[in-house]
Design a protein. Sequence first.
Length: 338
Amino acid sequence: MKLTVKEKLNQFLKQFVHDDRVLILINADPDAIASALAVKRLLWRKVQAVTISNINTIDRPDNIAMVELLGIKLVHKDELDGTHFTKKVLVDSQPGHNEFFTQFDFDVVIDHHPDTNCQAVFQDIRPKYGATATILTAYLRAAKIKPSTKLATALILAIKTDTSNFELQTIIEDVRAFQYLFRHSNRHLIRKIEQSELKPEYLKYYKKALNIKRVRNGRVYVSLGPVVNPDICVLIADFFLRVNAIKWSIVCGFHRRKMIVIFRNDGIKKNAGKVAEQGFNDFGSAGGRKSMARAEIPLSELKPRVDYKDDKKLMRWIISRVETKPKTAKVKQKTISN
């Protein structure tokens, strides 16, 4: 029998006792950050301490602005002081999504990505939801907790980001959560954070992308070479999709001994996740949604197959993987998309 939100909330709270020191691990993006803040608020005065730790480096300008303007305290995984945490929580992800997560036994997992056979004691995984923040907003309402302005603002940013302003996968619960949070949020802060997208040093990548782009049958392909941050590939893939003649954008770059490939499309009878899986899952990890996906391939796997230092050869190889459907597609565990 399907549990009500109140019943789910009660099960969640039963995982904790007053003496617990809770670690919330996140792969920091707006949805993960906001969801972690909501969990921390739900546990206020119910546990001894709560620490939110990000496993990644936050370097997207809008995400930096979110953390700074909302005064969010995060502790990077490398800076954890060795405190013995009695409970561990994972939000907006699952243990199989990142190698670092696999070393922990999580007591709680709350996520909106497809289920990857999670083994947490308590789990609330709802793949139909547009954002994990929507699930946590329902928890807050069931607990009769009015979110602070900063928390409501963070949750709204999370929903807007993960649904791309309701253009991506969205259900009525996402809309209702947005409507509820809107009255408690700060619209000026939301606008300021959303407009903090570019660093001056990112502009050179746009110039390069415009100069080297290759367009075929409504698809634009770009190979940026080494990038200081893989999110640059995301920004440029989104940028090209604004051109009305472009139906797909496929942008790759190299970061930390991996090739990152970002897929975006207009969402009309297309499936970016399937294209990513079929084309690149044999060499690394790949997956995503219909309109957005991501592949990550270690350079050690790429080297025997293509001279990745030769931009023309690399681009021909990527095009062949995207445009030629293999007879069989081995499906590995999906990664979360960005």
